[in-house]
Design a protein around this ligand. Sequence first.
Ligand code: AMP
Ligand code: MG
Length: 425
Amino acid sequence: MGNPMNTTIAGKQSCDNASNLLTVNEAKEKILDAIKPIERHEQVDIRSSLNRVLGEDIQSSINIPPYDNSAMDGYAVASSDLPDSGSCKLQLVGESFAGRPFEGEVKQGKCIRIMTGAMIPKGTNTVIMQEHVEREGKTITIPSGYKPGQNKRCAGEDMHIGQTVLTTGTVIGAAELGILASLGIAEIKVFRPIKVAFFSTGDELKDAGESLEEGQIYDSNRYTLYGMLHQMGVELLDLGIINDNREDIRKTFLSLTETESVDAIITTGGVSVGEADFIKDVLEEIGEINFWRVAIKPGKPLAIGSINNAFFFGLPGNPVSSMVTFYQFVQPALRRLAGESKTDNISFKVRCANELRKKPGRLEYQRGILQYDQDGNMVVSSSGAQGSHILTSMSNANCLIILPAECDGVKAGEYVEVQPFHGLI
Ligand code: AMP
Ligand code: MG
């Protein structure tokens, strides 16, 4: 198989010029354009397909509902018997229950007791709610004012024979499980989970549980990455902390792509210009690597590349920068790779409860808290200090506030765009 990167990513165009930053959208597009879904599928029973990506179009082979049925508990009548004014009396001649239909045809002047979901008997086409009639023995009195077909659910109204009801790339949720089950489908084809390896780089890093020496810090990025990747349902390979050692990094990359066949490799740290970084040298030798400067805050430097069939994402080391760049660039890329047809994150506009400071130039993702104000309107406010090393304001946040590159600050009460985390972070 060829290299997964197309020339727009792998090409040697230079973005290392301050006046020539890539916009966030350009960076997103370049990444997504280079990615095609994996072609590995498996057949699973529908329960096991929950949260997985559908690998085939699903056509309905039956009508749902399969037959005309009642939307109410009441009386099935022929609309030709219904009065234009006053009322009419019909004779009750049988019952139609869900799963136990009335057999035979209903003649003029007769009606049938019918329950919700029961088949509409032959000779009738309308259901009168039981609360709207008077019943005395076998005689039912119905007032005027009903329309033909009222309270009848028609065959095929939800899904009809031959209709494509779910398409390749749909993530199977509870409603989709219900659709599949209602069509009588027990097994479906889904994409296999993609395999993603990740590690941290940096000589200052120690893992939680180890003791720290002066000048060292604990590695938090591998844990935030673990959290975000785990939520996405990908297969994870956590390689720990890898020190800047050319031979170790080279061996790691080769074994990940040749033996483990991972689909993507994510690292954090060491992507700033001028940093002593062996990842760059190694990837230049055995794969492809491009260093991008994106007009984004936090997270300006980003390394994008490939090795064998795996994509490489080198995220900045600052804890919030790595989370934000993962959320904006890596997560949609992995979703596309995993077969998902929709990779956009939801965003919408709300009023900002407080002032936000910003300099024009880069698109900024500030951490925000979406909540209701005392009038019941949704507003967003800042979740605190916005430094790219302040992880607590990420934890306090439930959304990112997206401030366009040209924005030079926000006054309290102005509208801003927000992107809720909705379960990802
Ligand atoms: P770098 O991108 O390597 O220049 O790192 C930028 C900042 O992020 C430095 O303060 C690093 O110490 C810090 N950093 C890098 N990697 C990690 C990590 N895995 N966990 C926490 N902080 C990190
Ligand atoms: Mg570093």
